[in-house]
Design a binder for this molecule. Structure first.
Ligand SMILES: [Zn+2]
Length: 655
């Protein structure tokens, strides 16, 4: 999953990328029902996708007597119990054509009990999945009138106690008439709008989403890699040549970083749709990448989130092949323990941005801007005074779905991505300095990826924290356990910026936002004054919608918070003038270096009040600048490994 756009000041691509279901590598302590053998059949009718109605018929082997089947609860990659059970309707259970009575379990609501009659060898469960909203962060199915993202985790039930890896499934899907599709799932045959897939394990089925639509096109990337784009319009399929060239570099840079490939074929399943918005969900042989309609052709849209596809691709190695043992659960009902997400997502945030920059999907200058935003956001938030990074990972299942407001005091699930990015950069620069540039974190990644190509159905190679430490010590002996104890487990009042400073750069603040920060704010329709006034403000969208002047987030260590403001309050007037973005920025400039506070009229629900804010800094935005006293390690970190990149033009702000 990508880092979410929760933290306004680091809104680089969002991502929660997710984990997949797991393999039956790890045992479970729960008592398991006798496991039926035989093949399940799953027929998905998605022909009414534009109405958000999906019909499912599942046939599963069952023996006469008491029988329990389950609906997937813990969906890989989402790191939480988010299976959309509330959207399951019109469910019927049958055996030999006769309807059976059923009852939901009173404790585990994802389990349903029934009784299989004598003489029956299987039961059929029919249901509809309805009403899934198309919005950020939702798990599929997501659909509009022109396209859909289908994920079988929403379209199956299976016998309680069956393992995902040990359950063979014959699956099919019927698409809306004339729609084409992309997926990593091997196809057996197609007749009209119905596609029949080759027999696969339940694990592989759930790990293989489908994108489909009326405007869908495959772009070969070389070798066994492909970009499958489904968009709201044909116009959106005209991808920028620079984007496509970067994607072709990416599928070389990924294996160059990790060693061998752990997929048979890899499909980037890119959905371009404004209603569906940003998200990224990782899978072993594909990724479900979602972005606005113009992402592939408009640099203003994709530059701030250039790491979306590289992040998900990197997860094929880090997250899917190498997976924390705590996340490698045998089915979709066993809770996932998320304590190692600082490796799964933190290392991946670092490697995803690194791959985006090495492939030159992102420029090096843009990556420096991205790092500056991350460093400032982590350094300024007050939540770090009480919550260590470890707890943001431990608490990921509830932090991923926590509200946006007060994220700065709460800390968010985005923090093990963002601070993880800084910590793994620190580890990389530490290795480079200890070995005088003879080695780097790339050497760790090659050990991590095991080096050899996977040619059959990909497997999971689970790990525990001690394995991470041992592999780092294999690259260069050091107190790596202490390194991570200090950065992951301890309360630290300031962010870990040693990777930046020892890498030859300094974090500074100027009165001008970087190109990436400007583009992020424009795309998010937001005014970000976190490092001066101390708050973000919503701005009107392109369609004029939105509550102009409403405070989104606020830094505790800021003039705005000290003056009594809070998320949800709306600024009506600034120094006697009606609120507008220009009026507010003019006021910040007018008070710079002064000593008279800014005077606001503020609305809080149905009351109005006056607030004086002592803000005298003018606007402040984070940047990284070169420190000539220290060698430039960052230029080496982010340099391509498989091709020679042309020199970059000096950075020019987007108009
Ligand atoms: Zn991720």
């Amino acid at each position: 999953m990508i880092r979410s756009r929760i933290d306004a000041s680091t809104r680089v691509a969002a991502l929660f990328v997710f984990i997949v279901l797991s393999i039956a590598v790890i045992g479970t302590s729960r008592p398991l029902a006798a496991q039926p053998t035989g093949v399940m059949h799953v027929a998905l009718d998605a022909s009414q996708a534009s109405r958000k109605i999906f019909h499912v018929a599942v046939t599963m082997p069952a023996a006469p007597g008491a029988f329990t089947f389950v609906y997937p609860q813990w969906i890989p990659g989402y790191h939480g119990p988010v299976g959309p059970i509330e959207d399951v309707v019109d469910m019927h259970v049958l055996a030999n054509g006769k309807t059976l009575e059923w009852r939901r379990d009173l404790v585990d609501m994802y389990a349903v009990h029934t009784t299989v009659p004598a003489g029956a060898a299987s039961i059929e469960v029919d249901f509809d999945l309805v009403g899934a909203d198309s919005k950020n962060g939702q798990n599929p199915p997501l659909s509009t009138s022109q396209l859909a993202i289908l994920e079988y985790s929403g379209f199956v039930v299976y016998p309680q106690g069956a393992t995902a890896e040990g359950t063979p499934v014959d699956a099919s899907v019927t698409l809306p008439h004339g729609w084409t599709f992309g997926t990593a799932l091997p196809v057996a045959s197609q007749s009209g709008d119905t596609v029949v897939f080759k027999r696969a394990s339940l694990y592989t089925l759930v790990d293989s989403p489908i994108v489909t639509g009326a405007h869908e096109k495959a772009f070969p990337l070389g070798g066994n890699q492909e970009l499958d784009v489904s968009a709201e319009s044909d116009a959106a399929l005209a991808l920028a040549p620079s984007f496509l060239t970067g994607m072709k570099h990416l599928v070389e840079e990924g294996p160059a970083l990790y060693g061998g490939r752990h997929y048979r074929d890899y499909h980037f399943l890119l959905t371009l749709s404004d209603p569906i918005g940003y998200e990224g969900i990782e899978h072993h042989e594909s990724s479900d990448d979602r972005a606005p309609e113009k992402y592939g052709k408009d640099t203003k849209v994709y530059r701030p989130s250039a790491d979306l596809l590289p992040h998900e691709y990197s997860h094929s190695w880090n997250g899917k092949y190498r997976r924390p043992a705590d996340l490698a659960v045998p089915d979709y009902q066993a809770p996932e323990k998320t304590d190692l997400l600082w490796v799964y997502e933190g290392l991946n945030q670092y490697n995803g941005e690194k791959l985006a920059t090495r492939a030159r999907i992102s420029s090096f200058d843009d990556e420096l801007d991205r790092l500056a935003m991350t460093a400032a956001a982590m350094d300024m938030q007050s939540g770090r005074d009480w919550r260590p990074i470890r707890d943001t990972a431990d608490g990921a299942p509830f932090l991923y779905v926590a509200p946006n407001n007060f994220y700065e005091q709460r800390r968010s699930a985005g923090d093990f991505y963002s601070e993880g990015d800084l910590i793994w950069l620190d580890a990389d620069v530490t290795i480079r300095r200890l070995t005088h540039d003879a080695k780097s974190l790339d050497d760790f990644c090659k050990l991590w990826g095991d080096g050899n190509d996977t040619t059959s159905v990909p497997k999971v190679h689970p790990y525990v924290e001690a394995d991470v430490i041992a592999l780092l010590n294999k690259v260069v002996p050091y107190d790596w356990a202490g390194f991570f104890q200090h950065r992951i487990d301890e309360i630290r009042p300031s962010a870990p910026l040693d990777g930046i400073t020892n890498g030859g750069y300094k974090l500074v603040y100027t009165d001008t936002p970087s190109a990436i920060e400007s583009l992020s704010d424009d795309n998010g329709h937001e005014l970000d004054t976190l490092y001066s006034f101390g708050a973000t403000f919503s701005l009107a969208g392109d369609d004029g919608s939105g509550d102009e002047g409403t405070i989104g987030n606020i830094l505790t260590r800021s003039p705005a918070f000290q003056a009594g403001l809070a998320p949800g309050m709306r600024v009506i007037a600034v120094d006697g003038r009606k609120w507008s973005e220009d009026a507010f920025r003019d006021a910040l400039a007018a008070h710079k270096g002064g000593h008279e506070p800014m005077h606001l009229i503020v609305e809080n629900v149905d009351r109005f009040f006056d607030v004086d804010v002592p803000v005298y800094t003018g606007e402040r935005y984070p940047h990284l600048v070169r420190d000539p006293a220290v060698p430039d390690e960052l230029a080496k970190v982010y340099a391509p490994k498989t091709f020679v990149a042309p020199p970059e033009a000096p950075e020019t702000p987007e108009p």
